[in-house]
Design a protein around this ligand. Structure first.
Ligand SMILES: CC(C)(COP(=O)(O)OP(=O)(O)OC[C@H]1O[C@@H](n2cnc3c(N)ncnc32)[C@H](O)[C@@H]1OP(=O)(O)O)[C@@H](O)C(=O)NCCC(=O)NCCS
Length: 208
């Protein structure tokens, strides 16, 4: 009898020990995954697009879109005074690019792509952060973009950086009779310290 009790206690102890090991392995896996996510992110240098970048940009463009912009489309667009092209560079290689138009009260994003080998590494997120940094409450306070209804990946990307779809534009892309989602990012100023002070919680007085 005594022996049986001892065996049961021993088995329980071993089980507990195994569970602890399993849990700590899970935790380790989680940690590893987190560290992969962090180390997977690459830091790109974002600069103006210049004419010697065009070959690489066009290559990414053709690999990224069913209906790519031609070189002439790029030239026509970038000749306009308010149209700007930027590239994200990593180790002297072009990892991505964006084209946008500075309008009076908003930034209109016209084109954005990341080279396939650089995707899911935070490249487009960094380009968007750069663009968002140009917004202010006084001047341009939003970024807008029309995205194909079928481009789910890009919709997920824009959602992840804070864009919201606010409208459906019927037949926006004529060549395929495809609808578009009108997506926009709105500038929200950081609350100042005084605004924090003003944000007074009305139930806190009942908690003490
Ligand atoms: C859309 C696009 C620009 C995203 O570029 P990217 O550099 O890979 O994006 P990021 O690495 O910054 O992704 C940020 C987040 O967006 C979301 N996202 C990006 N790609 C995704 C995918 N394939 N599936 C699901 N979510 C995705 C995720 O939330 C991702 O964060 P996570 O990787 O931590 O999960 C890129 O996929 C691309 O060039 N696509 C083809 C061109 C295109 O459609 N351009 C946009 C319309 S002009």
């Amino acid at each position: 009898m005594m022996m049986n009790v001892l065996v049961i206690i021993l088995v329980n102890k071993v089980e507990m020990l195994l569970n602890t090991v399993k849990r700590s392995q899970c935790h380790k896996e989680g940690d590893v995954k987190m560290s992969i996510q962090i180390s997977d992110e690459i830091r790109v240098h974002i600069r103006w697009l210049v004419s010697r970048d065009m070959r690489e940009v066009l290559e990414i463009e053709h690999k990224s879109f069913e209906f790519p912009w031609t070189e002439e489309d790029y030239h026509r667009c970038l000749r306009a005074r308010n149209c700007i092209g930027m590239v994200a560079e990593y180790n002297n290689e072009i990892a991505g690019y964006m084209i946008y138009e500075l309008c009076k009260s908003k930034i209109q994003l016209l084109n954005l792509a990341t080279a396939k080998q650089f995707r899911r590494l935070g490249v487009a997120t960094q380009m968007m952060a750069k663009l968002i940094g140009k917004l202010s409450s006084q001047k341009r306070n939003r970024i807008t973009f029309e995205i194909r209804e079928t481009n789910l990946v890009a919709q997920l990307f824009f959602r992840s950086v804070g864009f919201r779809a606010t409208q459906i534009l019927k037949d926006y892309f004529e060549e395929m009779h495809e609808d578009a989602y009108f997506m926009q990012y709105r500038y929200t100023p950081e609350p100042t310290e005084t605004e924090y002070d003003k944000a007074h919680n009305r139930i806190i007085q009942y908690l003490s």
